[in-house]
Ligand binder design. Structure first.
Ligand code: FE2
Length: 164
């Protein structure tokens, strides 16, 4: 929502799709675990699982389909063109959120995912690259200072690994 407040209607995204899409974009991780059900990926599990939830609270089918699409394409590891402004907003906001929380992700990698510091560093490097790719160009001016800070944070992690 911070992104929408700063970019406003510049891209013509519908806030009634962006808001529920942003809130629920990772619901697949809750419904099926981090990798989604049967390893299909949390974006696929989430896109399927959100339908009965939104139906039960009376969302119109057309809105559900748009929200479903946003969930399906939100991941930075997917090298795809996001075809709606709402999907671009949500992917961008998600990437921005990662950039602003590198310290927390560093802990998630080791504490929750059980990775070594070296593997956590490599995971975050990949994540940073994926996040950069999925951030829409219109938002880059706003987000790039946080991207640079995230890079610096990763460099500090690397230094601490080397120092043992
Ligand atoms: Fe996700």
């Amino acid at each position: 929502m911070r992104l929408h407040a700063q970019l406003g209607d510049k891209l013509g995204g519908d806030i009634h799709i962006i808001r529920p899409g942003a809130v629920s974009h990772d619901i697949g991780s809750i419904l099926g675990g981090r990798g989604g059900s049967n390893g299909e990926g949390h974006h696929v599990t989430g896109a399927r699982g959100i339908v009965p939830i939104l139906e039960s609270i009376g969302y119109p089918l057309l809105d559900i389909v748009q929200i479903q699409y946003c969930i399906l394409v939100h991941r930075g590891s997917l090298d795809i063109v996001r075809k709606t402004p709402e999907a671009r907003y949500i992917a961008t906001a998600d990437g921005w959120d990662h950039l602003c929380n590198m310290e927390e992700l560093w802990c998630v990698g080791q504490r929750d995912l059980g990775m070594s510091p070296e593997d956590t560093y490599k995971w975050l490097l990949r994540k940073l690259e994926n996040d950069r790719r999925k951030i829409m160009s219109e938002a880059w001016e706003i987000i790039s200072p946080d991207y640079e800070r995230a890079q610096q944070t990763l460099e500090r992690f690397c230094t601490s690994i080397e120092a043992g």
